[in-house]
Design a protein around this ligand. Sequence first.
Ligand code: HEC
Length: 132
Amino acid sequence: MKTVIMILACMAAIPAHASEVVIAQLQDTYHSDGAGAFSAERGKGMWMQTFKQQESGKPVSCATCHTADIRQRGAHVRTGKIIEPMAASTNAEGLNDPKKIEKWFLRNCKWTMGRECTAQEKGNFLAYFLSE
Ligand code: HEC
């Protein structure tokens, strides 16, 4: 019984949305890299913006795989792999690992926009994920 109570106490100490903590930490890092205040609106604007994909020449955006409603599940445009929603409110499991987030920012910004995202842009995207 004691053990059960201790386990419950430990679980209660974990923040409800670990992703919020991880996002705040990453945004701090971006500030130290010179980024200013973050805007969910600008993050959303860029999420919807279309770019010419380098290999296919087709118009693509972040929404191409993640959908325009980040509270919904997405699917990879080529492989069909299901992608969990990006909105912090609907995906408590996601956005919990800074290394994973940076890995996907790197890969997806390059694929979609043909270049890496700046610290400012990444912070804006994360503000957008938190706002939905
Ligand atoms: C070609 C399809 C595709 C496009 C386009 C795309 N993504 Fe992704 N993204 C994925 C996949 C697949 C994952 C991994 C999902 C998983 O395994 O949890 C992912 C994961 C992520 C993650 C990590 C989520 C987490 O839980 O840690 C972030 C952040 C992200 N994408 C941001 C972006 C941004 C910003 C753009 C636009 C610049 C973008 N993505 C465009 C396919 C895409």
